[in-house]
Design a protein around this ligand. Structure first.
Ligand code: PLP
Length: 361
């Protein structure tokens, strides 16, 4: 079988060893005579996978003991609701940085729960840059300040985060979670859908500082309260058994390869390969993003015209490279090069980009 090179933004590339292991174990999980996906989530068999995944996640990101790690469903999108419901108590204000498509969606949901202050608005610059972190200050009395660490569609990524003092910093890290080391102590809550960097869809990981579990609004139903899941070790209801199992395998592999130090370096090198071609063929390719905040995960660029963009994408598809079309809201091209994208995959794209520029420039 010839595997394609997968640049889809999400769901996205997974390590081939992980897919092979899932296949091998799918019908008969570790000799149990059952598939894990048809085994009770209250069984010892599943428990081991669940706890391994929790422990590996904590170890890789160096999550301190006073933070809970939750495995939820509903994607990052449900967190757009759960964050304000759990952190704002009964009404109040919260701060958002408007940095692109995902920040906007998060803000729109928060506005239904409480009052949103926009402490940074990148719309005038078409979301092609980010604020200097030191200029981002929470509003007096704010319940939390929200950032989107990597705007998957726009290709902008925070390199450092604002210091929000006593106001908890909340980050949507859906598209760069576990791509680089991080000081979790800077944050009150971190959340991420799994399907970009660390697994298949159907799982959201939420990291929440324990003291914040006491803030929730009075009228929350069971599922909506972080406390329910924290108290029940993310087994209050049936968890996403399959994505948690797959993520466990991804995390094991990450640890074996050297953890976040390894992936940080690798991700930087992969992104450099593409940004260097864009710079070298600067008359042909354009990356509109402020060089200080260019994403290491989603590299966006255009050729000199929409027709050439189309030809570029068609040519790539012929060569087995999929998913290079920019998001329908922005057009152009986008290469999503998450943790599981190999250096060889990026090298293949980089040399195709050179050839395409030479042939069409
Ligand atoms: C993909 C994405 C989301 C939405 O994730 P779902 O799991 O589809 O709900 C939210 N935020 C960011 C930054 C994303 O990249």
């Amino acid at each position: 079988m010839a595997r394609k090179i997968n640049f889809y933004a999400g769901p996205s590339v997974l390590p081939v060893e992980v897919l092979e292991e899932l296949g091998k174990e799918m019908v008969d999980f570790k000799g149990s005579g059952l598939s894990l996906v048809e085994t009770s989530h209250r069984s010892a068999t599943y428990d081991e996978v669940h706890n391994n995944a929790l422990n590996l996640f904590r170890e890789l990101l160096n999550v301190p003991e006073n933070y809970k790690i939750l495995f939820l469903q509903g994607g990052a999108t449900l967190q757009f609701t759960m964050v304000p419901m759990n952190l704002m108590g009964n009404g109040g204000i919260c701060d958002y940085t408007n940095t692109g498509a995902w920040a906007k969606k998060a803000m729109a949901d928060a506005r239904i729960i409480g009052n949103v202050n926009v402490v940074y608005d990148g719309s005038a610059e078409n979301f092609m840059s980010l604020p200097e972190p030191s200029t981002v200050k929470p509003t007096e009395g704010s319940s939390y300040l929200h950032v989107t660490s990597n705007e998957t569609i726009g290709g902008v990524q925070w390199k450092e985060f604002p210091d929000t003092g006593n106001v908890p910093l909340v980050a949507d890290m859906s598209s760069d979670i576990l791509s680089r080391p991080l000081d979790v102590n800077q944050f009150g809550v971190i959340y991420a859908g799994a399907q970009k960097n660390i697994g298949p869809s159907g799982l959201a990981v939420v990291i929440v500082r324990e003291d914040l579990l006491e803030r929730q609004a009075d009228n929350l139903t069971a599922y909506m309260a972080y406390k329910t899941h924290a108290d029940g070790d993310s087994l209050y209801n049936t968890p996403g058994v399959f994505p948690i199992w797959a993520m466990e395998l991804v995390l094991k592999r990450m640890k074996r390869l050297g953890g976040l130090t390894y992936f940080d370096k690798m991700n930087q090198e992969k992104a450099d390969l593409l940004y260097n071609v864009i710079a070298q063929y600067g008359d042909f390719y354009n990356c509109p993003v402020d060089p200080r905040y260019r994403s290491l995960m989603n590299v966006v660029f255009t050729t000199p015209g929409a027709d050439l963009d189309k030809a570029f994408i068609a040519g790539a598809t012929e060569k087995g490279m999929l998913g290079l079309k920019g998001h329908r809201s922005v057009g152009g091209c986008r290469a999503s090069i998450y943790n599981a994208m190999t250096r060889e995959g990026v090298e293949t794209l980089a040399s195709y980009m050179e050839d395409f520029a030479k042939a069409n420039g």
